[in-house]
Design a protein around this ligand. Structure first.
Ligand code: HDD
Length: 755
């Protein structure tokens, strides 16, 4: 039978934007006449609090206020309507001939609702389908003025930006922490038009010519017969291709390094990859490579951790970015350029600048900072913004031009083309996230999803009927004028320059620049991936590739595979290591790091409270773990439990802090039943806590603790004097030692014992 419809629980109120007066004139039912309504587009209800969240509904998982309350009621007080604005009395029942009778075709609301639903999905990106994005601002330092006239690079100019990070191979719903390259695409909404820097977190690419792009992607994507494996390079077709197509060697090596499994989007470098051309006000040009340098340093997961996260939290990177911004820990990157003279050869120190498989080591050409990007606002609607954003390396502004890198040339075609099928026609620039902030006066008309109402009668030039408008700009009025680069006289050929066939010098340079733990990880990654291949010939061929990089690398991988190590087929070029390529050896701010505090009812809760506060004061995120949900010390000053021993997994934390017991000695921790808080023999601590600690240790994570934490560490075979173990006599002292060790990201001295 029909459920009676209750009236709207809230009185009608104005929605977020102005609408037509006509709708507001309709009789309200019930209550007063509502003010004008526009089409509500924001979600309606605040989410109820989750059991393991600290605080009321408006607290985020990180314990920070979200501001969600105001935004989530954007439809508050509005009546439900059809897409045509007609108010609806019911959206739960189809129109039927009697309660038990057939559904009637005349039910417009049913048809409209289902039809729209049927078309809610659009094709995912053919590559980089899985992504997360945020808004921010770019501040020019003015340091690029000598080399580029781009107005947004001038001193103190602030430009809104939108950045989308992504994996490459996986589908839209795939896991974040797979081994893959990460996309790093930035849209600068400048006053002179939109500039897109569509880069990656790896500075080189698999191929030198865009005509090979479908090949490398077909090889990396799942096997076409059974569509597996998802979001992986660990399969035969990928290794078949890269072992044959040796120009992929450099990029593949970076993927097998720690760069292929970043800890966070906030801790990745970004690279424009290609060489670009900058032009200054005097029309002088230089060649440059763009770099994004993260303020938090470049850090990675370890492979076992990455695999575990794929199961326990496939949204790990997306969540990390969102939570950090929500908590006010805004990630920042400096934009920098390496500058090279624009000579006819387009080489620097013998390195071909048109070859996208080559880097220029920073020791040969330092990165000069030219601006600062801060991501300070999350998206409000994933589909509208992150899914519909359309980047294009050809979106350039005066002062920034392209080079003849053949990979870039193909990209200049591909990105425009792909949006036409992905976003359903040529008018994607009208989608809000894609709209330039500079005035647009194009003469493009009509087409699918046209939402502009163009006026005038003469969308052509020359005309007199629209007074000759729109006018043409000149170089002095910020027109985009291509640099008049001379094209050498040549025959048309399907060839690459000779220098493009050096495929091993730079992979060797990269390998020689790695520290021992980083090399260990590379060997493990190749061994893992090739072990997943079924074809013996593919493994053997890739070993020949590795032999051309370095004999130690080849031998260690061959040993893991149980195959003989071949000899190098090319002379191994001696290379000066580039320390800038290593991720180790520095210290970095611990901002936004997640500290798991392990406690139970018998713990030193005053110590837990002060350690928790000290974590927050240090700009990090504390998450208290306890045996059950709710609070520790509920009768006194409650300490909220944000993760239970059942829901917590070590991979969620950058470091652990094991709470001590008041006045306890080394044998106290673990003497309690972690499940019930009751007494338990000291030799039987909660197995879930043991697993937590053992995993954190294996992954090289810093573990701190106080008064009795040694007992728990000893239960898993860890002694307090090992690297990265910080045991002290109070919570805050332990945290100080932990924070100091965390500035190096991991306890590197524990590797290679750690994974
Ligand atoms: Fe690409 C997306 C980066 C080579 C064709 N690419 C895409 C994205 C990034 C890159 C970050 C995601 C943008 C977003 O978040 O929406 N691609 C690169 C880099 C490359 C590169 C750094 C080499 C230096 N790409 C490349 C080639 C081709 C493409 C050679 C084709 C010839 N890329 C595409 C594409 C995508 C894309 C098919 C898919 C979705 C899109 O463009 O908008 O057109």
């Amino acid at each position: 039978s029909k459920t009676p419809q209750s009236p709207s629980p809230r009185p009608p109120q104005a929605s977020h934007a102005s609408g037509t007066a006509a709708r507001g004139d309709l009789p309200g039912r019930p209550g007063p006449v509502p003010p004008p309504l526009s089409e509500p587009t924001e979600p309606a209800e605040p989410l109820p609090p989750k059991a393991d969240q600290d605080g009321p509904a408006t607290m985020s998982p990180t314990g920070q206020a979200t501001g969600a309350e105001q935004e989530s009621v954007a439809q508050g007080g509005a009546y439900l309507t059809t897409a045509q604005g007609t108010r609806l009395p019911d959206t739960d029942h189809s129109l039927k001939a009697g309660a038990r009778g057939p559904v009637l075709l005349q039910d417009h609301h049913l048809r409209e609702k289902i039809t729209h639903f049927d078309h809610e999905r659009i094709p995912e990106r053919v590559v980089h389908a899985r992504g997360a994005a945020a808004h921010g601002v770019f501040l020019g330092y003015g340091a690029a003025g000598e080399v580029s006239k781009a107005a947004f690079l001038a001193k103190d100019v602030e430009t809104p930006v939108f950045v989308r990070f992504s994996t490459v191979l996986g589908s839209r719903g795939s896991a974040d922490t797979v081994r893959d390259t990460r996309g790093f695409a930035t849209k600068f909404y400048t006053d002179e038009g939109t500039f897109d820097l569509v880069g990656n977190n790896i500075p080189v690419f698999f191929i030198q010519d865009a005509v090979k792009f479908p090949d490398v992607i077909h090889a990396g994507k799942p096997h076409p017969d059974r569509e597996i494996p998802q979001a992986q390079s660990a399969h035969d077709t990928f290794w078949d291709f890269v072992s044959l197509h040796t120009e992929a060697t450099h990029h593949t090596l970076w993927n097998m390094s720690d760069r292929g499994i970043p800890r966070s989007y906030r801790m990745m470098e970004g690279f424009g990859v290609h060489t670009f051309r900058l032009v200054n006000a005097a029309d002088e040009s230089v060649l440059v490579k763009f770099h994004w340098k993260p303020k938090l340093g470049v850090h990675s997961l370890v492979w076992e951790e990455a695999q575990m996260i794929s199961g326990t939290d496939p949204d790990f990177h997306r969540r990390d970015l969102f939570d950090a911004i929500e908590a006010g820990a805004f990630p920042q990157w400096e934009l920098g350029i390496q500058v090279f003279p624009d000579t006819p050869e387009q080489t620097f120190e013998g390195i071909d600048l048109l070859d996208p498989t080559k880097i220029v080591p920073e020791e040969l050409s330092p990165v000069r900072p030219i601006g600062l990007m801060t991501l300070n606002a999350n998206t409000k609607n994933y589909f509208a913004e992150t899914e519909q954003v359309a980047f294009h390396p050809g979106h350039l502004v005066p002062g920034i031009d392209v080079t003849d890198d053949p990979l870039l040339a193909g990209r200049l075609f591909s990105y425009l083309d792909t949006q036409i099928s992905r976003l359903g026609g040529p008018n994607f620039a009208q989608i809000p996230v894609n709209r330039p902030h500079a005035p647009v006066n194009d003469m493009l008309r009509d087409g699918m999803h046209q939402s502009a109402v163009h006026t005038g009668t003469a969308p052509y030039r020359p005309n007199t009927l629209d007074g000759g408008c729109p006018f043409l700009a000149g170089a002095d009025t910020a027109a985009y004028v291509e640099a008049p680069v001379r094209v050498p006289e040549a025959a048309k050929v399907r060839e690459a320059p000779a220098s493009f066939s050096d495929h091993f010098t730079q992979p060797r340079l990269f390998w020689l620049s790695m520290t021992p733990p980083e090399r260990e990880h590379i060997v493990a990654a190749y061994t893992f991936e090739l072990s997943k291949c079924h074809e013996q010939a593919v493994k053997e061929r890739e070993l020949k590739v590795l032999a051309n990089i370095d004999p130690q690398l080849c031998e260690e991988v061959a040993t893991g595979l149980g195959l003989p190590a071949p000899a190098a087929a090319v002379p191994l070029v001696p290379a000066d290591p580039s320390p800038a390529l290593s991720q180790l050896g520095g210290t970095w701010p611990a901002d936004g790091r997640v500290i798991g505090i392990v406690a139970d009812a018998a713990a030193d809760l005053d110590g837990v409270r002060s350690a928790r506060q000290a974590v927050l004061d240090a700009g990090m995120v504390p998450l208290v773990m306890g045996p059950t949900g709710g609070a520790l010390d509920p009768e006194g000053e409650p300490v909220a439990v944000q993760r239970t021993f059942a829901t917590a997994r070590s991979v969620e934390f950058d470091a652990l802090l094991l709470a001590g017991v008041p006045g306890a000695g080394a044998d106290a921790y673990g003497a309690r039943d972690a499940k019930a808080g009751a007494a338990r023999p000291p030799e039987a601590p909660d197995p879930r806590v043991l697993l937590l600690v053992a995993e954190a240790y294996r992954h090289g994570k810093v573990i701190g603790g106080w008064n009795g934490a040694e007992r728990l560490l000893m239960s898993v075979g860890i002694t307090a004097d090992e690297p990265g173990i910080a045991v002290a006599d109070s919570g805050t002292a332990a945290l100080d030692a932990l924070t100091a060790a965390l500035s190096e990201h991991r306890a590197w001295d524990r590797f290679p014992t750690a994974l």
